[in-house]
Write a protein that binds this ligand. Structure first.
Ligand code: BES
Ligand code: ZN
Ligand code: ZN
Length: 502
C-alpha cells in the first residue's frame, strides 16, 4: 500500500472512498464534514438527525455520493466523545475504516487527519497513528492459503490536509508510522510462521537477510561457537532437538561519538514443547510463538536501521527449540552458564530463562548498557495481567519508567511488578548456585529474579510478553494471531533515548 500526505480539500479529492470522522453527540457536521455534507445536499445532517449516525467509536457509515462529489463514496468513522479522543482511538478507527473499505474491494482511498483539527491531538503523532492503524489493521497472514482471487488489497491511502502548514509534520509522522508498523508486521510474520519453517537457522537467516538490506552488521554464532563461549545453559536447552541452536547478533551504529550501546535481548524459542517436563497438548501449538521476544528485537533493529536515531544498539537473540529428544535436558540436571554460575534444572519447561541467562552474560561481556530483554517467559504473567498487558520488572527504576512511558505512547500496555527480595529464596538450590524454578507462587517475579542473577548490576529491564504476544480475536488494528508486541515500545524507547542523548 502506498501512503502519502496530500495538500487539498478532501471533498474535492477523487478516490473510491474518502474517510471523514464524526464525534459522538455532535448534532451537525463540522470541519471537513461540513463541506462534504453540503455537497451531498445535507444527507449527513439527515442521518445524524435520524439517529443512524451516532459517532460511536469505530462506527462506520458508508454513503454513495452518486456523482455529487469526485469521490465515489464517503465513509464516516465514529471517533467517540471528542474530549476522550486519544491516538490509540485514531489508530483503531483508521484500522476499522480501512478494513471495511478493503472488504468491499476498494483500492484507492483517502482520509482526513483524524483528531488533528478539533480533536486537538499533536499533528505529527496523528500522522503516525493513521499510518500505524492502516498498515497494522490491514495485516493478514495468508502465505499458506490458496490465493483468494476475489479479494483486493487497498493500493493507496492519502491523508488529505487543507492546512499547508501541517503538511511537513504530518508527513514526518506518517513516514515514521509506516516504518514502525511495517517492522511490527515483520515481527508478526516471523511469529505466525510455524515452527517447522521458523527454525533457529531460518530465524538467523531472516535476521541476516534483513541486516543486509538495511546495512546492519549481523553475526551468527553456531553451536560450536556457542559451546566455545561457555554458554552451557543455551546448549542444555538445545540438546533435546535436532535443530542447531544459533546466537544472533545485530549491531546498529548510529552514534560513532559514543562507545556505549543499548542492549536488546529477545527469547528465541522457536517451539516450546516443555521438553521432558512436557506441556499438555491442548493449545501447545501456541508455543510456536515462543520466539516473539526474538521477533520483537530483530524487527526493532529493522525499524531503527530505517529511522536512523543517533544511538548505538546491539540485539542478541539466543535461538533454539525446546524438545524432549533422546539427548534432552532432564529435571535434576545441572548446567553451567557463561559466567560460570551453575544452574539446577528443576523443570525443563522453564527454558526461556536458561537461554536468556547466557545471552545476558554475553550482553555483559559486550559491555552493553542498559539492557532490555523481551520474552514470552511465564504463564504466571498471563494469570497476573491477562493477555492485554505485559509485565515489566528490573533493577533500575529510571529505565523501567522510560520503557513504560514509551509503551504508553505506543499504545502497548505494560505494568510493573515488584522484585520482592524475599521471593528470591524460592530459586535457591541445594546443589547448584541457583535453581531454574521457584514454584507457582509469584512465578513472574522469581523468573525475573533468576535473570537478575546474570546481569550483575547493569541497568536492566525485563518485559514479559507471554500474554499479549498472541491475540485470540481481531480487535481493530490488533489482528488475531501474532501481535508483534513490543516493537513499537522498543522503537519509541530508542528514539527517546537518542533524542535525550543518554
Ligand atoms: N513459554 C512459556 C511461557 C508462556 C506461557 C508463554 C503461556 C506464552 C504463553 C515458558 O517457557 C514456560 O513454559 N514457563 C513455565 C515456567 C514454569 C515451569 C516455572 C510456565 O509459565 O508455566
Ligand atoms: Zn517453557
Ligand atoms: Zn518458553
Amino acid at each position: 500500500m502506498e501512503l502519502k500526505v496530500v495538500s487539498g480539500n478532501i471533498s474535492e479529492f477523487s478516490a473510491d472512498a474518502i474517510m471523514v470522522n464524526i464525534f459522538e453527540g455532535i448534532e451537525y457536521p463540522t470541519g471537513a464534514m461540513a463541506a462534504v455534507d453540503e455537497a451531498l445536499d445535507n444527507t449527513i445532517t439527515q442521518l445524524i438527525n435520524d439517529g443512524e449516525i451516532k459517532g460511536k467509536l469505530n462506527e462506520v457509515t458508508l454513503i454513495h455520493t452518486m456523482g455529487k462529489m469526485p469521490a465515489a463514496r464517503i465513509a464516516i468513522i465514529g471517533l467517540g466523545k471528542q474530549q476522550e479522543l486519544t491516538l490509540e482511538k485514531v489508530r483503531g478507527a483508521t484500522a476499522t475504516g480501512c478494513q471495511q473499505l478493503k472488504k468491499i474491494k476498494l483500492e484507492k482511498i483517502a482520509t482526513v487527519a483524524h483528531g488533528a483539527g478539533v480533536g486537538q491531538l499533536d499533528n505529527e503523532k496523528v500522522g503516525q497513528s493513521i499510518a500505524e492503524g492502516a498498515i497494522l489493521g490491514l495485516y493478514h497472514f495468508n502465505k499458506y492459503l490458496a490465493p483468494d482471487l476475489e479479494s483486493r488489497e487497498i493500493k493507496e491511502l492519502s491523508i488529505v490536509e487543507w492546512d499547508e502548514e501541517k503538511i511537513p509534520s504530518l508527513e514526518r509522522g506518517c513516514n515514521r508510522g509506516k516504518i514502525i508498523a511495517e517492522a511490527t508486521n515483520f515481527a508478526r510474520d516471523m511469529v505466525n510462521e510455524p515452527s517447522n519453517t521458523m527454525t533457529p537457522s531460518r530465524m538467523a537467516e531472516t535476521a541476516s537477510e534483513m541486516a543486509k538490506v538495511y546495512g546492519l552488521k549481523c553475526t551468527i554464532l553456531n553451536k560450536k561457537q556457542i559451546s566455545q563461549m561457555g554458554m552451557g545453559a543455551l546448549l542444555g536447552v538445545a540438546q533435546g532437538s535436532h535443530q542447531e541452536p544459533k546466537l544472533i547478533v545485530l549491531n546498529y551504529e548510529g552514534d560513532s561519538t559514543s562507545k556505549t550501546a543499548l542492549g536488546l535481548v529477545g527469547k528465541g524459542i522457536t517451539f516450546d514443547s516443555g521438553g521432558i517436563s512436557i506441556k499438555p497438548s491442548k493449545d501447545m501449538w501456541e508455543m510456536k510463538g515462543d520466539m516473539a521476544g526474538a521477533a520483537a528485537v530483530i524487527s526493532t533493529m529493522k525499524a531503527i536501521a530505517d529511522l536512523k536515531p543517533k544511538i548505538n544498539v546491539t540485539a542478541l537473540v539466543p535461538a533454539t527449540e525446546n524438545l524432549p529428544g533422546g539427548g534432552a535436558l532432564k529435571p535434576g540436571d545441572i548446567l553451567k552458564a557463561m559466567n560460570n554460575k551453575t544452574i539446577e534444572v528443576d523443570n525443563t519447561d522453564a527454558e526461556g530463562r536458561l537461554i536468556l541467562a547466557d545471552a545476558l552474560c554475553y550482553a555483559r561481556k559486550l559491555e552493553l548498557s542498559p539492557i532490555v530483554d523481551v520474552a514470552t517467559l511465564t504463564g504466571a504473567c498471563v494469570i497476573a495481567l491477562g493477555d492485554k498487558c505485559c509485565g515489566i520488572l528490573g533493577n533500575n527504576q529510571e529505565l523501567i519508567d522510560k520503557v513504560r512511558q514509551a509503551s504508553d505512547d505506543a499504545g502497548e500496555c505494560i505494568w510493573q511488578l515488584p522484585m520482592i527480595p524475599e521471593y528470591g529464596e524460592q530459586i535457591k538450590s541445594d546443589v547448584a548456585d541457583i535453581k531454574n524454578v521457584g514454584g507457582r507462587a509469584a512465578g513472574t517475579i522469581t523468573a525475573a529474579q533468576f535473570l537478575e542473577a546474570f546481569v550483575s548490576g547493569t541497568p536492566w529491564a525485563h518485559i514479559d510478553i507471554a500474554g499479549p504476544s498472541l491475540y485470540r480475536e481481531t480487535k481493530t488494528y490488533r489482528i488475531k494471531g501474532a501481535t508483534g508486541i513490543a516493537v513499537r515500545t522498543l522503537t519509541n524507547l530508542i528514539l527517546t533515548l537518542a533524542e535525550k542523548g543518554d
